[in-house]
Ligand binder design. Sequence first.
Ligand SMILES: Cc1ncc(COP(=O)(O)O)c(C=O)c1O
Length: 463
Amino acid sequence: MTDRIEMKPQPSLEELVHWDRSIVWHAFSQMAEYDGLIISSAKGCTLTDVFGNEYLDGASSLWCNVFGHRVPEIDQAIVEQLASVAHVTNLGMSHPVTITLAKRLIDLAPSSLQHVFFAGDGASAVEVAMKLAFQYWRQCDHPEPQRTKFLALGDAYHGDTLGTVSISGVSRFQSLFAPLLFEVIRGPCPDSYRTPDGMTVPEANRYYLDSYRRLLQDHSHEIVAVVAEPRVQGAAGFICQPAGFLEGLAQLCKEFGVLLIADEIAVGMGRTGKMFALEHTPSGCDPVEPDLMCIGKGLTGGYLPMSATLASSRIWEAFLGSHAESKTFYHGHTYGGNPLSAAAAHAVLDLFATRFPLAMIRQRAETFSQLLVSLREIPHVGDVRQMGMMAAVELVKDPTTREPFSWDQRIAHDVCCRLLRRGIWLRPLGNVIPIIPPLSISEKELACLIDGLRAELLAIRMT
Ligand SMILES: Cc1ncc(COP(=O)(O)O)c(C=O)c1O
């Protein structure tokens, strides 16, 4: 250790690669085998690495990029904000750009949501929702302090902090930490591809909802809230819920008097062709009106960290009182509501209002859908699923039985390594290859992405 601070180093490329492998601890990466890209610049949907190689970004910088990289409007909004102030704490202070963003978010969100708590990342937003829901039952008009449990979906993913890992259900990520996690009531994973006993999707929907009804019948008195990713369970492998499942679940929450937390971190911000995935209400169903909703990832267009937990007035009012009543929400994040992030988020919403209206995104999703057809007949492609501008290809050992490849065969990983050599970046999830391009991707780029994937799926030996 030394008091002497050196100026920023100017390493050679070899040093950079070495430091990146030996010093930087990469997320969700086995560092003993690490061989990642080092991106030096990006523009639109193209990433450029330090060696000058270009890659089409088919993963939107891990599902957060919305309109590509170096978007003039977002760049400018951040630069303009820098000219006034970079950061203002939201502990007892505010900034106009953050206040107006909160107002814009509630204007867009389901009408049940009227208040906004800002944090920095998705997991924090979900933690906030869980803690707000828990505290709500302790200080609402008719307190029910026996409510201590959450009801979560099978194979859910809500983040990597201990609270969100507790409610997540992807065992490979969480089993090691079991002694640290709290008990959760877990329902089935509402999967439209692998339905129970070969049921049709509508039958499976009834089966799933009946299971949730039984869980609520037995446990609603001790349940704080139901937590759900609306429509698509992303990290579980882009598992699509049957149409109407979310509406059925929301109805059950009302019937049994438990709160509903919608985690829109992955599916919100236009990704599915609506601003929020829960808006895809099937005809004849009531719209979903959650008590709490979490957004993150695309909120700043994939530029800066920011997430938000939107809350209903019913929740908000339960926290009002004099200081002495101790109803305050004692929770905060240093960078919550950061003005630079808020400026980027305003620019993103402005872009939806001008250059990239949601109707246009839905049209692009149609083109996407037509291109995806070419992947369906490839051997070992078990399923190609899509919702708006998010799609996924699931590789299976046997498409007839839907038997999965063993996870250590890393088939999808091998396909993605080959794609990288072709200049296409996709990041696998087990046997699933998500295709999550920026919403602004051109038709030509989209065609290039799918053609490349098709070629590699046909070329690789899968046994
Ligand atoms: C549905 C969902 N919730 C929460 C998170 C956690 O977000 P973050 O990685 O920003 O903490 C993710 C991340 O992928 C997610 O997909």
